[in-house]
Design a protein around this ligand. Structure first.
Ligand code: 5GP
Ligand code: ZN
Length: 113
């Protein structure tokens, strides 16, 4: 997808701090971390948000969900972590390429928002 920030990051046209990659997904450190560990996991195939996730093939979905646990283990988040996917204006989604935030390394608030 042209002019998509995360497609450019996946392609290597914009540098990122990669933490994980496989055939279907890519993960990198958030540029503005909200926790000691803050990683974004994205499908290599462009979809705008979780509202369109059913457009992704099953193997991509499986890889995305599997990557979250692998990355959490790789990052040593044995005490837990939070996964967030903002969707659309009400959730303040700022980059319209589906991504899951992995947040960890500190105690999270006990409310979602
Ligand atoms: P959203 O607000 O859409 O849920 O999350 C987008 C995230 O992308 C934000 O947490 C923001 O800090 C991160 N971000 C925006 N631009 C860049 C960038 O160029 N590089 C990296 N690594 N993260 C970015
Ligand atoms: Zn994209």
């Amino acid at each position: 997808m042209e002019n998509c920030l995360f497609c450019k990051i996946i392609a290597g046209d914009i540098p990122s701090a990669k933490v994980y990659e496989d055939e279907f997904c890519y993960a990198f450190r958030d540029i503005n971390p909200q926790a000691p560990t803050h990683i974004l996991v994205v499908p290599k195939q462009h979809v705008a948000s979780i509202a369109e996730i059913s457009a992704l093939p099953a193997d991509t979905l499986c890889a995305l969900m599997g990557a979250i646990g692998k990355i959490a283990a790789q990052e040593g988040l044995s005490n837990g972590f939070r996964v967030v996917s903002n969707c659309g204006p009400d959730a303040c989604q700022s980059v319209p390429h589906l991504h899951f935030h992995i947040l960890g390394g500190r105690q999270m608030a006990d409310q979602m928002a």
